[in-house]
Design a protein around this ligand. Structure first.
Ligand SMILES: [Zn+2]
Length: 568
């Protein structure tokens, strides 16, 4: 008798090998048989006609705050994620000195658009050091496994205090950050992260460490080499080009550790990504492992009356007369001819050139719709619709935002959509040295909702894509499981093999359906966040226990803290 048997499923095991029909036996938290299972299970799940896959391993999230109060970690948990990595992009909440909590919250709020009031109300600071943060995480049960990285911003604030933003450091300060990183890695941190992009700002300006010099990064990075485990994660405007590449190469050479950074097709240099991948191939031939992280759809800004950005949000009349109103009143007022005339006569009033360009990038703003269309044809853009109708883009977009009772979202892909399709993205995803990432689960609550990326990988890339080639099922599953787990050294999971941890999804691929994103106000202090529901996950299993069944939470809390350690 086994504890649990998943019967008659189509097993896609995360290794990339062809799917096969079979059973899976689970005892305790471990897979004990794959193939034909003759013994009965104390509990059996009929998976006939369903896919059985490993649980998704999402290595790029920002649940660092939410993880301390919310055992559910939605929306990622709704989408079959069974292991997630936090502490990305340099921001997080440990180590922290008494009195610095607000500063770290402001950084998180600025960079990741998580409401500061929610973090304020939600987090109880039971820690100072990173190991104490890990212990606090370990004490709380939750639906899925979490792993944490050491955020550079927190480290700088801890060691440098008021000088957290300073460029020039003393040797002993770099040494102290390296020492604290080593301490965190010993406690099980799975990496170190930093931000080198001008897009990541708080009310204090660019986040600490944005322009850190190579000696600082190499100094801190040395801790990863000594520890023998951990990933160096980074987001940088240079995207793997010089001068970053020199110290990245040096980091890998000195430490033997993996470095990962966010790679995208940029509108400014639409072909740079391919050159970068070529250089990374060359380095790989010499044994250095740099793993560009790519998403499976463009980072999707969602413009709408409920979100943080849309074309009218900085118009003086909007700011004064509409923004302060509750949603229903906003919609009612915007529907009046008088308000329409006034707003269409105004211009965006912002000094922020990037925001202004994004808000009026009419060729790259589309109706998202329901079901959401994340690969819209160029002729669906605001610009194209306006040209067809002989109207101004502002006029068209004004109508669109009022659809669905003012809850329509417009999809504004940020990078990775230069050609108006996913062909470049597909090439990046299939490149042997990349890995899937950048769902940003838990973050960008007012503007982006990409935690559903693992689901999208199946609905769009495996099943629905019409505007280009799809992905083979086995390959897609491997990218979100075996591959991400391997890069992060999670050797106990990521594939459905005997001896591996029993983390898995039973999926009805035909019924798998993403709903339109919606804004909810359920964070602490009534904070808002975008979420996205899904149908088609029949069961999600973590450590042998069923956590979700047909979209309903079962109430079990098998999720644990994953502590990184050197491989044997
Ligand atoms: Zn991030």
């Amino acid at each position: 008798m086994h504890d649990l048997v998943i019967r008659n499923g189509t097993v896609v095991d995360g290794t990339g090998q062809p799917r096969f029909d079979g059973d899976l036996a689970i005892d305790g938290a471990v897979i004990t048989a794959v193939g034909d299972v003759s013994d009965r299970g104390r509990r059996e799940i009929d998976a006939a006609g369903r896919l059985v896959t490993p649980g998704w391993v999402d290595i790029h999230t920002h649940y660092d705050g939410q993880v301390t109060w919310d055992p559910l970690l939605a929306p990622s948990s709704w989408h079959g994620v069974t292991t997630l990595v936090m502490g990305n992009c340099g921001v997080g909440f440990a180590p922290v000195r008494r009195g610095q909590e607000d500063f770290l919250i402001e950084l998180m709020e600025g960079v990741e658009d998580i409401p500061g009031t929610a973090l304020h109300d939600g987090i109880t600071w039971h820690w100072e050091s990173f190991p104490e943060y890990m212990d606090a995480l370990a004490q709380m049960p939750r639906v899925l496994d979490v792993a944490a990285q050491v955020p550079h911003c927190a480290l700088r604030a801890y060691v440098l205090g008021e000088r957290a933003h300073d460029l020039d450091l003393q040797d002993d300060e770099i040494g102290e950050m390296a020492r604290l990183t080593a301490e965190a890695l010993r406690a099980g941190a799975v990496g170190f992260s930093t931000s080198r992009t001008i897009l990541h700002r708080s009310r204090h300006g660019l986040v600490p460490g944005t322009h850190s010099k190579p000696e600082e990064l190499l100094g801190i990075g040395s801790a990863l080499g000594t520890a023998g485990h951990g990933v160096f994660e980074m987001v940088s405007d240079l995207q793997g080009q010089e001068p970053d590449l020199s110290w990245m190469r040096e980091f890998c050479r000195r430490t033997g550790r993996v470095l990962t950074f966010a790679l995208a097709q940029s509108p400014i240099q639409p072909h740079a990504w391919r050159e970068t991948l070529g250089r990374i191939d060359e380095l790989a031939a010499t044994g250095l492992r740099i793993v560009p992280q790519v998403p499976c759809r463009p980072t999707g800004m969602l413009y709408g009356l409920q979100s943080s950005l849309h074309p009218f949000i900085t118009h003086p009349t909007y700011r004064r007369d509409i923004a302060p109103l509750p949603h229903e009143e906003r919609v009612a007022k915007l529907r009046t001819a008088e308000m329409r005339t006034r707003l269409l006569a105004e211009e965006p009033a912002t000094e922020n050139a990037i925001a202004r360009a994004l808000m009026t990038n009419w060729t790259h703003i589309f109706p998202l719709g329901d079901p959401p269309d994340y690969e819209p044809a160029p002729e669906r853009s605001v610009a194209a619709a306006a040209a067809r109708q002989g109207r101004r883009p502002e006029d068209v977009v004004y109508d669109w935002m009022l659809e669905r009772d003012g809850r329509q979202f417009l999809f504004a892909p940020l990078a990775n959509y230069v050609d108006g399709n996913f062909d470049a993205l597909r090439e990046m995803m299939l490149h042997p040295r990349t890995m899937l990432g950048l769902s940003d689960g838990g973050a960008h609550c007012g503007l982006i909702c990409d935690a559903s990326m693992p689901t999208f990988l199946l609905t769009h890339w495996v099943r629905d894509r019409r505007r280009g080639e799809r992905l083979p099922l086995e390959q897609a599953v491997r990218l979100q499981t075996g591959n991400t787990a391997a890069v992060y050294g999670f050797t106990d999971r990521g594939t459905l093999e005997v001896g591996k941890k029993a983390d898995l999804n039973v999926i009805d691929l035909d019924a798998l359906r993403l709903h339109a994103p919606e804004m909810v106000f359920d964070l602490p202090a009534g904070g808002r966040r975008l979420v996205q529901h899904v149908d088609g996950y029949c069961a999600t299993v973590v450590s042998g226990q069923v956590t979700f069944e047909d979209g309903e939470e079962t109430g079990t809390r098998p999720g644990r803290l994953v502590r990184g350690r050197p491989l044997q």
